[in-house]
Design a protein around this ligand. Structure first.
Ligand code: ATP
Length: 323
């Protein structure tokens, strides 16, 4: 056999595509921080009336929905994440299924959550996952208008409607009434998460105890951000911070450490336990990360997202996989 002939290869016969393609839709579920959070009072329904300023961040979980015959299944490898109707994604799926007029329980779908947002940290991970699930399931289940997703989101969790639009926004009521604000110019954000979490229920019960006992909160300096932005709406005051810091003094230490490490402003996010600091320059934020690492706290670097960025990054992506 000559050298030339040895190298002759016949093209393999083309495979006829017999495998069915399964549709898969995935979306990023970006977290948030609260640039301000005021508790205006208690409501007859047991919730608190709030005025808060939400800010989207780049740190995100990933939510993927895939067609698969059989009952609805929720998957997540992170320990501590419930995989039943205690998970906001499960509740979002069930509520959307009903809102689309389908009978019984959701079916023929597997949803996978990949967590990166620390839990019980006030970063809105569960609500962000729920909103992302509404987006991907709406797409997978034949389309759902945004107005319907907003309605369903409000029933799933107070913060969930915010995650359907993101950016910088005002939250009223329980936080479910969302109004877009002028977006915060991009900031680098250093997140610090202590070894303990705080549940939302615990946070508000400590707040109520302090009110009932007539505790006077220490005055926290108003931190106006030195940027061309109508920052009076967001003075980095969180009314839940002092009651939580009374149970976990580390919260105060974390805020002080962030300011000392160069943050323009620092505050606890939502109902804690994460504290965040804002930086204009990436190098300064990186220096703070360096300085705070070794503190025993989990330290993460992320950045703020405006509404446009948020819409681009959190858009559902359609893929097809062999069945
Ligand atoms: P928020 O900022 O809205 O107060 P959080 O960041 O404090 O939320 P999450 O991480 O959203 O808290 O979740 C808190 C608890 O909710 C978890 O401990 C878990 O038991 C439950 N949970 C429900 N759905 C999810 C989810 N998709 N991901 C993580 N936790 C979830």
């Amino acid at each position: 056999m000559t050298r030339a002939r040895r190298h002759v290869r016949r093209a393999p016969p083309r495979k006829v595509a017999t495998t069915r393609r399964r549709r898969v839709v995935a979306a990023r579920a970006h977290g948030k921080v609260n640039l301000d959070l005021r508790v205006l009072g208690s409501r007859p329904d047991g919730y608190h009336e709030l005025r808060t300023v939400f800010q989207s961040i780049a740190l995100h979980d990933m939510v993927t929905a895939q067609e698969k015959a059989g009952p609805f299944v929720l998957k997540c490898r992170t320990p501590g994440v419930p995989l039943d109707d205690r998970n906001l994604v499960w509740r979002a799926a069930a509520a959307l299924w009903r809102a689309l007029g389908r009978a019984g329980d959701p079916a023929d779908t597997v949803v996978t959550i990949e967590k990166a947002i620390p839990m019980q940290a006030g970063l809105g991970g569960g609500s962000a996952d729920a909103a992302a699930a509404l987006q991907v399931l709406g797409r997978l289940w034949g389309g759902a208008p945004l107005s319907l997703l907003r309605e369903v989101a409000a029933g799933v969790g107070s913060d969930a409607p915010f995650f359907l639009s993101g950016g910088t926004a005002l939250g009223l009521g329980r936080g479910e009434e969302v109004y877009p604000l002028v977006d915060l110019p991009r900031h680098w954000i250093v997140l610090v998460r202590p070894p303990f979490g705080v549940s939302t229920v615990e946070a508000y019960s400590w707040y109520d105890e302090d009110r009932a006992a007539g505790v006077r909160e220490p005055r926290i300096d108003v931190q106006i951000l030195p940027v061309p932005w109508p920052s009076r709406a967001a003075q980095m005051i969180n009314d839940l911070e002092a009651p939580i810091a009374r149970h976990h003094p580390e919260i105060d230490q974390m805020r002080t450490a962030l300011r000392r490490a160069g943050a323009l402003a620092a505050a606890m996010s939502g109902s804690g336990s994460a504290v965040f600091g804002l930086f204009q320059k990436r190098a300064d934020a990186l220096a703070a990360v360096e300085r705070l690492s070794g503190s025993g706290w989990r330290v993460l670097l992320t950045e703020s997202l405006d509404r446009g960025d948020y819409a681009r990054r959190s858009r559902p992506m359609l893929r097809r996989r062999a069945a």
